[in-house]
Design a protein around this ligand. Structure first.
Ligand code: NAP
Length: 569
């Protein structure tokens, strides 16, 4: 295999991986070092990190507990790396991923500054031909996309935007050198998980910060703090137990949902439990009762508790009213956690503008114009989120068998089997693709599971002399139905305007994109599928250079049974 090739040479590989974040790095290690395949990664950025490489906005911090937001596949790595805080900041996560890349000597197989433009499956040769922006071509048997769920930014198109005389930035493409807000009038659009992190930091130096809020949001204090020496010691002695916990529960976070229900306790007791969970902080707030995530009436009480907290923090009654005018159930949109978010609205240099009642009409050369007036700003920050889960894949011209375009298959919304494969696209694996639990979990947990599942699958293919694997139409349709079934059992259906449904992007087909059945159930289904010789997939051998021969093993069995067996998890 060639180490480096001039742009006009085709690099021939067993596997090409797209993206050098958590998924791409571990998939490289797993297929190169454990299976001995020839593997390269192509990455658009000039460093590792994926989502964390691009999201360098002020206040960017992980919402998962650091010690769980880690790879668990290597004991030595677990013993060596020490997180400094309960929630790692962006720079620390990037340091961690660089540490991993260096420890396992991964960078020699990563081509940075390479954006994939197209990936076409050559049927007669059973190869993927991939072209990148500098004009490099790769030919590979397996193509693995590790492009992240939240990587394609959403910059809304307001009339007049290009006439704005100041500087504007999207949080997901933040300049490497940072942005100096000192003495500037700043406008920020967006109060999701990202906006809630940037606002307190920007307010510290800006002369004035105007926050344009379309939807009010719940948030629970992060209660971030340095990890004490005692806790670090505890971690080193208990990694196996933590691993068991995060790999066997529904969301990959290091907490279990309580058994008690909201209405099983007295009002006083309930208040104490909420109070204690609020003080502890973090995403585990929603786990302090078993039914907050499922029963709307139980959820209403949690929502009411948070709204009372907001009112107790925010001094201006009008501002508090806008901040508590929340249109969705707690947790039905991704619940943010914060450091001083609501407190920031007590500062004299911060104004909250409700752009639901008074929508943004245009961006003017001087600032933002709403129905009620114009707000002059020097810098505009778009914390407006992402065209999540699908856009990063759809931006690539992906063509499978018979020139089938992914853009056409997903025209009415994404369809996959297990979030890992799409019918018509042999040997293409999509890590944390739509239909996987991904964004509903502590991300490294589903990522490790996907990577290892793909590794086992390719290993099985090699052993059995199988040259292609492809989800069947039937299994893909069943999986899409199953995604709908399980989400209907949850409170996510109370926020059909969320990005989980694609509702933040005008014209995007609506449908719940991640798998809401829980990581444990998902893992069990994936294991069952593999243990039954990849039921739900079509596997076979190709007569190289000639025709597409019928599969040696054809398992076009519906996967209903497999899924039904796992309903209880
Ligand atoms: P987001 O949740 O989609 O929030 C975008 C914000 O921009 C919302 O307040 C949205 O209002 C607003 N917005 C969008 N278009 C608008 C328009 N045309 N006019 C006015 N307002 C508009 O995006 P995000 O905050 O970047 O978070 C995305 C996801 O990234 C999170 O849910 C989370 O999964 C992940 N994330 C994780 C972390 C972490 O772990 N630390 C941090 C940040 C983000 P509406 O709500 O009305 O649409």
């Amino acid at each position: 295999m060639k180490k480096s090739a001039p742009n006009n040479d085709v690099v021939k590989l067993d596997v090409l991986i797209v993206g050098a974040g958590f998924s791409g790095l571990y998939q490289l290690l797993s297929l190169r070092d454990k299976l001995g395949l020839s593997v390269k990664v192509v990455e658009a950025g000039d460093g590792v990190g994926g989502t964390w490489y691009w999201n360098r906005y002020p206040g960017a911090r992980c919402d998962s507990e650091s010690y769980a937001y880690s790879f668990y596949f290597d004991k030595e790595l677990l013993g060596e790396w020490q997180w400094s805080e309960r929630y790692p900041g962006q720079a620390e996560v990037v340091r961690y991923l660089n540490y991993v890349a260096d420890k396992f000597d991964l960078k020699r197989d990563i081509k940075f500054n390479s954006r994939v433009l197209s990936a076409h499956y050559n049927q007669s040769r059973n190869k993927w031909v991939v072209t990148t922006e500098p004009g490099q071509q790769f030919e590979c048997t397996y193509l693995v996309t590790a492009v992240g769920c939240l990587s394609s930014t959403n910059v809304p198109k307001f009339p007049g935007q290009d006439r704005f005389k100041g500087d504007w930035f999207h949080t997901g493409r933040w300049p490497n050198e940072g942005v100096d807000f000192t003495g500037k009038r700043v406008g920020q659009i967006g109060t999701g998980s990202t906006g809630i992190q940037t606002i307190p930091i920007i307010a510290e130096t800006a002369s004035h910060l105007t926050v344009f809020q379309r939807s009010a949001n719940y948030s629970v204090p992060a209660s971030n703090r340095p990890l004490s020496a005692d806790f670090q010691k505890y971690l080193r002695g208990n990694y196996e137990d933590i691993k068991k916990m995060i790999q066997s529960n529904t969301n990959g976070h290091p907490f279990v949902f309580s058994d008690r229900k909201v209405f099983d306790v007295s009002d006083e007791e309930r208040e104490e439990i909420f109070e204690e969970a609020w003080t502890r902080g973090g995403l585990s707030f929603r786990g302090c009762f078993q039914d907050v995530a499922f029963d709307k009436k139980a959820n209403d009480l949690a929502a009411d508790f948070i709204k009372r907290k907001i009112r107790s923090i925010v001094k201006n009654r009008e501002t508090a009213k806008k901040l508590t005018n929340i249109d969705h159930a707690f947790g039905s949109k991704r619940p943010p956690i914060d450091t001083n978010y609501f407190e920031t609205f007590n500062r004299n240099n911060v104004t909250l503008v409700d752009v639901k009642s008074s929508p943004i009409k245009s961006i003017t050369p001087k600032g933002v114009k709403t129905k009620d007036g114009e707000y002059e700003v020097d810098i505009l920050v778009f914390a407006t989120g992402f065209d999540a889960m699908t856009r990063a894949l759809l931006n690539i011209d992906i063509q499978g068998r018979d020139g089938l375009k992914l853009r056409d298959v997903w025209e009415d919304g994404p369809k996959t089997f297990l979030g890992l494969q799409v019918a018509g696209f042999p040997n293409l694996f999509t890590i944390t693709g739509p239909g996987s639990p991904s964004v509903l979990c502590n991300m490294p947990v589903p990522i490790e599971q996907h990577v290892e599942w793909i590794q086992d699958c390719i290993s099985y293919m090699k052993k059995n002399k199988i040259s292609f694997i492809e989800a069947t139409e039937g299994s893909m349709e069943k999986w899409v139905e199953h995604i709908d079934e399980v989400v209907n059992e949850t409170l996510f259906i109370h926020a059909k305007n969320s990005w989980y449904y694609g509702a933040n992007i005008p014209g995007k087909p609506r449908g719940f994109m991640p798998y809401a059945g829980g990581m444990a159930r998902y893992r069990a289904i994936c294991n069952d599928v593999a243990n039954q010789n990849y039921v739900g997939f079509k596997l076979g051998d190709t007569d190289r250079g000639k025709t597409y021969t019928p599969p040696k093993i054809s398992v076009d069995i519906l996967v209903e049974d497999v899924m039904a067996n796992r309903q209880g998890i």
